[in-house]
Design a protein around this ligand. Structure first.
Ligand SMILES: [Zn+2]
Length: 251
């Protein structure tokens, strides 16, 4: 198998039974287990650059990503990750440009409390990177091209305005993209993540990178699979029903 790096996707770290929630206790024990077994995080764009240059990533490296920018990334995940010297890329849905910023909280998404810009800055200072995830989290495949570009580019500009550094990565809301949004992402970013289930390799599509949603690792036994040689096979296996569903017209 060619060299690969797993890119894990989390959303919220809380006890809610929702598909986008991951329990805090399991998150802490999962990260501890990875750390104790020699696993270390690498930045998303670093991993992509390295693989595309034909490099072989050091063994036991993985990428952590969080989508949307919920407050629990700071309150639950960040303290654990700091303990193990880990970092992540957080894809932020930032709200309309008219919303107040400078230290304030990012407007709620679907009723959920989001990170504050002060928390974003604190995590950046600790080595986290921030990617764009649009202004309002729309299904980009349903928008006109101009609106797609506005949602993508404005969100990038807002984050850059606060952090004073380039935003290099993007994630499509709910992973949904088409040729138009991919074209726009390729003009403004170094890479973009979809919701396709897969490991990062030199063959990955740079503007539709696959990841492994933490939903597939949501108990001790499944999380433990990441430490095993069987992990790539597990990812491939979980992908089969998805590709069948997709072929039948659903997602
Ligand atoms: Zn999202």
């Amino acid at each position: 198998m060619s060299p690969y790096v797993p890119v894990l996707t989390f959303h919220k770290i809380d006890e809610n039974p929702s598909v986008i929630s991951f329990p805090p206790g399991l998150f802490a024990s999962f990260m501890e287990k990875l750390y104790r077994n020699g696993y270390r995080t690498v930045g998303l764009t670093d991993a992509v650059d390295n693989l595309y240059r034909g490099g072989s990533p050091p063994e036991k490296t993985f990428v952590l990503t969080f989508d949307d920018g919920y407050r629990s990334v700071f309150s639950q995940a960040f303290p654990v990750m700091k303990r193990y010297g880990m970092s992540a890329t957080v894809f932020l849905t930032v709200g309309e440009p008219s919303e107040p910023r400078s230290g304030g909280r990012i407007p709620r998404l679907n009723g959920s409390e989001m990170l504050s810009w002060a928390e974003v800055t604190e995590m950046r200072d600790a080595g986290f990177r921030f990617g764009a995830h649009t202004l309002t989290h729309p299904d980009l495949t349903r928008l006109g091209t101009e609106k797609i570009e506005y949602e993508i580019v404005k969100s990038k500009e807002i984050i850059e305005g606060v952090l004073g550094e380039p935003v290099r990565s993007f994630a499509y809301p709910c992973g949904r993209y088409d040729e138009r949004s991919m074209g726009i992402a390729s003009r403004f970013f170094d890479c973009a993540c979809s919701d396709e289930l897969g490991l990062l390799t030199s063959e990955s599509k740079r503007y539709a990178l696959g990841r492994v949603d933490a939903f597939y690792l949501k108990n001790e036994r499944l999380a433990g699979l990441m430490l095993s040689d069987l992990f790539p096979y597990y990812v491939r296996l979980r992908n089969v029903p998805r590709s069948i569903r997709r072929r039948l017209g659903g997602r």
